[in-house]
Write a protein that binds this ligand. Structure first.
Ligand code: AMP
Length: 206
């Protein structure tokens, strides 16, 4: 491996210059391949939860692992570092965990999209259907200013109803949805079809 790296960077001939090339190569590889950590192995499958036939992707096994948690948040932060995001909308509840940390590190505001009845002040709402059941989400009416660049974050994209409802609320408040970010995507549920026209990103696809 070392010999191969030397070959690529021509380190033996170029000395310091080769070391610089190696650094660039490694940082490029980390940025575009996601680096070393196989997050898929750290997420737990729980069959028949919350209903028979659903395989629940349990991210608590990732969250309790300090390296995996940091790695996941860093992946999301790096992707949007230069995008001038004003607000992150995190979707209750697992979207809060990633969204809050990403907002802190990007230096932007955080807006919780909460289940019906939880927000205290004037709010707007959208209802939608889920892989299991139906739901209503709300955000405060003053959460987003006209023209603000918004990144929506949740842990998992299934049928896409949840994220589509949140994107709709952001646009009702005249925010611009820059992207919708997920850790996990269940490809077979075709959630992206409900999110056509938006930039959608995920890191682990089943
Ligand atoms: P959907 O609106 O169908 O895309 O559902 C996405 C929301 O439901 C996300 O907030 C997920 O946390 C949750 N969800 C849906 N299906 C699963 C699943 N199989 N495992 C874990 N969470 C899920």
């Amino acid at each position: 491996m070392y010999y191969y790296i030397c070959l690529v960077t021509n380190e033996k001939k170029r000395g310091h210059q080769g070391t610089v090339y190696l650094g660039v190569l490694v940082s490029w590889w980390l940025k575009y391949t996601g680096g070393f950590m196989d997050l898929e192995k750290i997420i737990r499958d729980v069959p028949d939860f919350p209903e028979k036939g659903i395989i629940f992707k349990d991210i608590t096994t990732l969250l309790k692992d300090k390296d995996a948690f940091k790695y996941t948040v860093d992946l999301m932060v790096e992707k949007y570092r230069d995008k001038h995001i004003d607000k992150i909308v995190g979707i209750e509840s697992r979207g809060f965990i990633f969204g809050g940390n990403v907002a802190y590190l990007l230096g932007c505001g955080f807006v919780p999209a909460r289940k019906a009845g939880k927000l205290p002040a004037d709010k707007i709402s959208e209802s939608y259907t889920l892989e299991y059941g139906a739901n209503t989400l709300e955000i405060h009416s003053d959460a987003i200013e006209t023209g603000e660049k918004v990144l929506i974050i949740d842990d998992l994209l299934a049928t896409g109803g949840t994220a589509a409802a949140v994107a709709k609320m952001v646009e009702r408040l005249k925010g611009e949805v820059i992207a919708i970010e997920f850790l996990i995507e269940l490809d077979f549920l075709k959630g992206r079809d409900k999110l056509k026209g938006y930039t959608v990103n995920s890191y682990i696809r089943y």
